[in-house]
Write a protein that binds this ligand. Sequence first.
Ligand code: BES
Ligand code: MN
Ligand code: ZN
Length: 487
Amino acid sequence: MIEFGAGGGLSEASGEALAVPVFAERIWGPGADWVAEELGTWLDEYLEEVDFSGKADQIVSLPTGGRLRFRTLFLVGLGEEADLDGVRQAAGWLGGKTNRVGDLATTFHGLAVDGAARAFAEGFLLGQYRFDKYRSEPKPSLTETVRFVGGAAEAAVVEARVGAELARAVALARDLVNEPAAGKSPEMMAAVARRVGDETGIRIVVHDEEDIAREGFGGLAGVAAGAHRPARMVEFWHEPENAQAFVAFVGKGIVFDSGGLSLKLPAAMETMKTDMSGAAAVFGAMQAIAALKIPVKVLGITPLTENMPGGGATRPGDVLTARNGKTIEVLNTDAEGRLVLADGLALAAESQPDVIIDLATLTGACHVALGDKIAGGWTNNEVWRDRVVGAGAAAGERIWPMPLPSDYRKNIDSTIADMKNTGNNRYGGAINAALLLAEFVGEVPWVHLDIAGPARWPEDEHYQRQGGSGFGVRTLVAFVEDLAGRR
Ligand code: BES
Ligand code: MN
Ligand code: ZN
């Protein structure tokens, strides 16, 4: 665990490395002005040489050769002006370059952005993230301390600890997504939920396969029918005494999606361990919300199973009955996410929360529509949807509003059941999926986030690392902070 501390005044401080922010056209940020003064034309000539102008995404490190009381200097570009996510991103680039620095001093908290120290900690720690457990030679971060130098450092430390809690929650989600399916059976996932519960005081309820059959979770049971490892439905309950609102999160938890009998092609299966990213986001968000003691009542629900083509598997043409009594004809067993979410959403609606938010790597169609880095947002209530989109914007997670046209409902009409789990063709596939989900929330306000794209980041970039991104954790926490009036 990296410790954040206060490091005193800039001109007295010393240490291994110093990181200072620089705006575009080399306009010095806090601390960088002092550094520039100390180093004079030697620095200017160097930056000219390496073509560093302070654009966002630029970062240089240089040995000071004794010209400062720090051995190494990092100059981190912020671009024209920094907003919260600009600070996070710059800190992320820095995190990605400082895994071998034991003690880092910085002046980032001096930026004129509300919450700069928190954003710095968030971005820095997420930039340092690695998933190394399956390497024979893991390279863990050597960073032990980050010290804020210059004014207002004590307040920055308090803020940074909140950012660190967020980063820890995102790292939990990333670890779960990056874990190969063999290492994350529904039972193992439920054990992780129990550990989160023990550590934070969240109450955990686990429904095993017998409960799932007895309690009418027919969608989940139907998807699990082809798998050897049994399904679990997990509930997380955060119930603070001074709760100001009640929200429910539902996360798709397909620990591996082979497609079932409607088997995927090999290439499409390669990343399907990612198909529990919605559940991972709920795990992470619940951990952070409890650790930060946010005074909102939150119910987290994660239906967990794998989608496999075993001998007992649900066949195309079979009909499942979901928790709320509605029936679904399964024409394509690869459209399994909506089947498990039907039960998860119906269960959430039974508690009558103020709003339900679900997160799911639901459709390839949404991935095609919005690309790798933007989620789609559907809703039966645009006021709540806008609050979720706003929370996402504050967190640096992009959500684009999508339509839920009632005249498209006939696309999922079944000839024998209440609905079918596919449309008539591939057009509007993400909308058809959302229209099916809408059948299971009753009258409760609901926002559906299709995170098929951004659940996996395609490349190392600012505070993202290639692989599981933990997308959704920070949006959910920001949303709840917003409800609690903390943001
Ligand atoms: N988990 C997939 C969706 C997905 C695809 C997520 C690519 C991330 C990247 C989902 O279960 C699925 O297979 N959906 C099908 C639905 C279709 C059969 C109606 C799809 O999108 O092709
Ligand atoms: Mn599928
Ligand atoms: Zn899936």
